[in-house]
Ligand binder design. Structure first.
Ligand code: AMP
Length: 284
């Protein structure tokens, strides 16, 4: 059966209530659409745990800065629904902006600390928009499980913190980043890259791997970060917003490799902002 399409919170709730009455567990995969293999991997991951899967498709204006790419963000609803169908998803929740944020909407969910590092200073208000929409989606859906990609590692940690702090009765599943064969992390925004930029983009991952190897060989974070920054600049990334070694739990900056860490990068290629991160030591 093709996935049911719910446009309103009421219709989503009535679908989920029917499943719950039959004793079925429900998972949610929040997305902004323009689905790719990364999103589909999240659907497949939650299907291991839950009989029913809802994919939400909502380009959330709250998490875009004024003048950023909200209007040109890729939208491909029909193709997305076919992909959800092929992956065995049961429903697509695709509310309008008015359904999510009716006139008078005035509440914000803000996670302190974790949102103040890495992307935080470069995207003021972004994680408040994410935390607010994700909290709403969890409450609207009443899901048992929700999956998020490690591709957006800071987002994953912010969502975990928010769900814990608000006592939301669900489990958050983090899913490793899905990459192109050349190493570029899949992203809906990769569609913005020109052919020349697309050819440079995989250098991001290659340079991160080199920096991770240097850290594992004993380099200081400052040394490895400086090396990666220079290599990114030389490859054509400009500006390089950050290259940072952080603790995988707290996202606190580390001065050298210690415990479970992530190396995270944000850099621009032309008009496109790319982010990526890898575990260090790398999973072997
Ligand atoms: P987005 O549609 O970009 O908001 O992403 C929706 C979800 O898919 C988020 O949890 C992302 O972290 C996840 N995601 C995006 N790209 C990838 C990827 N390459 N691998 C794994 N998960 C991803």
């Amino acid at each position: 059966m093709p996935p049911a399409i719910a446009r309103s919170v009421a219709s989503l709730r009535s679908l989920v209530a029917g499943w719950r009455a039959a004793g079925e567990r429900v998972a949610l995969v929040p997305t902004m659409g323009a689905l790719h293999r990364g999103h589909i991997t999240l659907v497949e991951a939650v299907r291991q745990h839950c009989r029913r899967v809802v994919v939400s498709i909502f380009v959330n204006p709250l998490q875009f800065a004024p003048g950023s790419d909200f209007n040109r963000y890729p939208r491909s609803f029909e193709t997305d629904c076919r992909q959800v169908d092929a992956a065995g998803g049961d429903a697509v929740f695709a509310p309008s902006v008015e359904e999510m944020y009716p006139a008078g909407f005035a509440t914000e969910v803000r996670v302190a600390g974790l949102t103040e590092t890495l992307c935080g200073p470069f995207r003021p208000g972004h994680f408040d928009g994410v935390a607010t929409v994700v909290a709403k989606l969890f409450i609207q859906c009443g899901c048992d499980l929700a999956a998020f990609g490690e591709k957006d590692y800071q987002q994953l940690q912010v969502v975990r913190r928010m769900a814990t702090d608000l006592d939301l009765p669900l489990t958050i599943l983090g899913v490793p980043t899905v990459r192109e064969p050349d190493g570029l992390a899949l992203s809906s925004r990769n569609a913005y890259l020109s052919p020349a930029e697309r050819a440079i983009a995989p250098r991001l991952y290659a340079i991160m791997q080199q920096a991770a190897a240097a850290l594992e060989a004993g380099a200081t974070a400052a040394g490895a970060e400086a090396m990666a920054r220079k290599a990114l600049k030389d490859a054509g990334f400009n500006p390089v917003e950050y290259v940072e070694l952080v603790d995988a739990e707290s996202l606190a900056r580390l001065d050298r490799l210690r415990g479970q860490a992530r190396l995270a990068v944000a850099a621009w290629l032309g008009q496109t902002r790319l982010i990526d991160n890898i575990p260090v030591p790398s999973a072997r």
